[in-house]
Design a protein around this ligand. Structure first.
Ligand SMILES: [Zn+2]
Length: 401
């Protein structure tokens, strides 16, 4: 038996008055999601348990059945690993967003979805100004970049604010704060650097050009989710099967690399609604010839949910259904178990992740379906798997009957 999990980042939502109190998933035309629910078995999964950040890395580790308490140190290190950065035992890796600051407020978490090329130029300028043998910025994809601090004097014990959950907040009120005395110097150093980055980046030609074109400038760094090197049990040792991950997002690749899975990059996969949806489905079909388990992560729905755009979310859900899932199912060889789920909700009215358990469907050839006829937040709750947590989803997936 081979297995494919389609992960639609941020797809779950809440009822909206403008949709007659239905969710986007209930309203969008999703024949393929519904077919999986109808022919398979459904349930819900708690992916963001209390005590952990409400972020996608936590949620995807949960879906993959990893014990968060023993393996989660922060998001920064997973993204660093995905970029091939070797983390030493005294290194602390941070996610470094390029954000838009405006009038002392965090205006937008992605610097207007700055391009990778533009971001790379800004990261270079940051290294010229702030870089040392112990402080190094690394360019990633678009606004998602990395800062590594190397040395025993640095701490990862910092309270931080996630930029996509902090829109409209005064920057001075959401800077890094030490969780222990040893972390005070690290917090002070990085907070000063954050504030100083605004002058440097605002006057950079990349941002001057963006502003002249009516785009948001990426005029400040935002450091968050620091951590040291994580230790994950290898996926094939944990489950006795070899796995591959398809994504466009560094942190998801980082999880895959840390878990010893095969990493598959798809040309034209952007992490946004212009992504190469069919390419991801094709890559999954191809990967199935070589591994037993393929994890296909699609970021686009999460991004438009954070923007609060209902029309784009409906379109992104339809595109995921038809161009990823439908495209795959039309070409899928027999004998493949197919599962689908979001990693967490991003309700449009909140524009941030919530801990509400997510709906899932598992279609396994030859098993009797339950009574669920549609894929959405409410119908799957009635499914035969009930409410799962921990590694419950992976156990349900690999269950033989
Ligand atoms: Zn997510």
């Amino acid at each position: 038996m081979k297995y494919v999990v389609f992960l639609a980042d941020g797809m779950a939502d809440e009822p909206l008055p403008e949709l007659s109190n239905k969710t986007p998933l209930m309203v969008a035309h999703t024949p393929h999601l519904d077919r999986l629910a109808r022919n398979g078995r459904c349930g819900t999964l708690l992916t963001l348990p209390g005590g952990f950040p409400t972020s996608s890395d936590v949620a995807n580790l949960s879906v993959l059945g990893y014990n968060l308490a023993s393996c989660y140190t922060g998001r920064g290190p997973f993204e660093a690993i995905s970029q091939g950065i070797k983390l030493g035992s005294h290194d602390v890796a941070f996610r470094c967003n390029l954000i838009t600051a405006k009038d002392g407020v965090l205006d937008e978490y992605s610097g207007g979805h700055i391009s990778s090329e533009e971001a790379c130029e800004l990261i270079q300028a940051l290294n010229e100004k702030f870089g040392t043998s112990k402080i190094r910025f690394h360019p990633g994809i678009s606004y998602r970049n990395i800062l590594i601090l190397s040395g025993e004097e640095f701490s990862d014990q910092l309270e931080y604010h996630k930029p996509d959950s902090s829109h409209g907040m005064a920057i001075h009120s959401i800077l890094l704060a030490p969780k222990e005395p040893h972390a005070k110097a690290t917090a002070e150093l990085l907070n000063q650097m954050t504030l100083d980055s605004e002058d440097l980046l605002s006057s950079h030609p990349v941002n001057k050009k963006r502003v002249s074109e009516g785009k948001k400038p990426a005029n400040m760094i935002w450091l968050w989710s620091p951590g040291k090197k994580p230790e994950l049990e290898a996926f094939h040792r944990k489950y006795g099967r070899h796995g591959a991950i398809i994504s466009a997002v560094d942190v998801i690749f980082g999880i895959g690399i840390a878990a010893g899975m095969k990493i598959i990059k798809v040309p034209g996969a952007t992490g946004y609604i212009d992504t190469n949806y069919e390419g991801k489905a094709d890559a999954a079909l191809k990967a199935l010839q070589r591994v037993d388990f393929v994890y296909v992560h699609v970021e686009a729905i999460d991004e438009v949910s954070h923007l609060g755009k209902l029309d784009l979310k409906l379109q992104a859900i339809k595109d995921f259904d038809r161009r990823v899932l439908g495209h795959f199912l039309e070409r899928c060889p027999p004998g493949v178990t197919v599962a689908v789920l979001p990693d967490h909700p991003v309700p449009l009215k909140l524009r941030k992740h919530t801990r509400t358990p997510v709906p899932f469907a598992i279609y396994k050839p030859g098993t009797t379906p339950d009574m669920v006829a549609e894929f959405n937040e409410y119908s799957c709750h009635e499914g035969s798997f009930g409410e799962l947590k921990g590694d419950g989803f992976m156990k349900a997936l690999f269950r033989t009957a």
